[in-house]
Design a protein around this ligand. Structure first.
Ligand code: ZN
Length: 205
C-alpha cells in the first residue's frame, strides 16, 4: 500500500490541552502544526511552545488578536500576522514560515501581505465537524475526519479537549491506512511543492 500524507494544523493555541495533544502525536510518531494567537504568548505559555518546537512540531501565525483580516488595512494585516512571528523568534529563536487566517477568512490584501513575506496561507482541505463548537463530540469529529481525509490534505482543527480525544480514533485509522501526519513544511517537501506564489489559501498539495 502506498504511503499517504496529510497535515493537521490546530488553531487557537497556546491553550489547554496543547501539551496532551503534542504527546499523543509524539507517541504515534506523527507531527503537526499549531497556529498560534500572538496575544496568548506569555511567560506562562512559553514552555509548551518551546516543547513543541524542540520536538519537531511547527508553529504557524494565527494573528496577534484573532480578528478578521479583510476588515483591516494592509499595514494592520501585516502587523497582525508578523507580531506573533516576531515574538516567537524573540522568545524561542524559532522562525515561523506560514500563516492561517482567523476564521479562514482572507482576501486579495491578505494574499498580498502573505506573498510579500513568503508566508503560505494554510486553509481547510476537508469537510470535518465544527470541532470549535462545544456541542460537537469527539466521535463526530473523528467520524467526519475519517470519512473525508485524502492524500495531500491540509486540515484545520482546534486545540480543544474534544478534538484531543478524537485523535485516538483518527490515529488508529490513519495507521491502518498507511497515512503519515506531517508538519506543513514537511508535507510541502514530501510532495515536492513550492507553496509560493500565494493567491489562495492552500488546502491540498
Ligand atoms: Zn482561530
Amino acid at each position: 500500500m502506498n504511503k499517504k500524507y496529510a497535515c493537521i494544523v490546530f488553531d487557537d493555541g497556546p491553550r489547554e490541552p496543547m501539551l496532551e495533544m503534542i504527546n499523543k502525536f509524539i507517541k504515534n510518531e506523527f507531527r503537526c502544526g499549531f497556529a498560534i494567537i500572538g496575544k496568548k504568548i506569555s511567560d506562562q505559555t512559553e514552555a509548551v511552545l518551546k516543547y513543541a518546537v524542540e520536538n519537531g512540531f511547527e508553529l504557524v501565525s494565527h494573528g496577534q488578536n484573532h480578528i478578521g483580516l479583510p476588515e483591516l488595512s494592509k499595514a494592520e494585516i501585516e502587523l497582525e500576522l508578523l507580531s506573533p512571528i516576531n515574538e516567537i523568534e524573540r522568545r524561542l529563536g524559532y522562525k515561523i514560515t506560514s500563516a492561517r487566517a482567523p476564521y479562514l477568512w482572507a482576501d486579495e490584501s491578505v494574499f498580498t501581505v502573505c506573498g510579500e513575506h513568503s508566508l503560505p496561507l494554510l486553509g481547510q482541505g476537508i469537510t470535518v465537524a465544527h470541532d470549535w463548537e462545544d456541542a460537537v463530540t469527539a466521535k463526530e469529529i473523528s467520524d467526519s475526519f475519517i470519512k473525508n481525509i485524502y492524500d495531500g490534505a491540509i486540515i484545520t482543527l482546534h486545540v480543544k479537549y474534544s478534538t484531543c480525544e478524537a485523535l485516538d480514533e483518527i490515529f488508529a485509522f490513519l495507521k491502518a491506512e498507511n497515512f503519515e501526519l506531517l508538519t506543513p513544511t514537511d508535507l510541502f517537501k514530501v510532495k515536492n511543492v513550492n507553496p509560493i506564489p500565494l493567491d489562495r489559501q492552500i488546502t491540498r498539495v
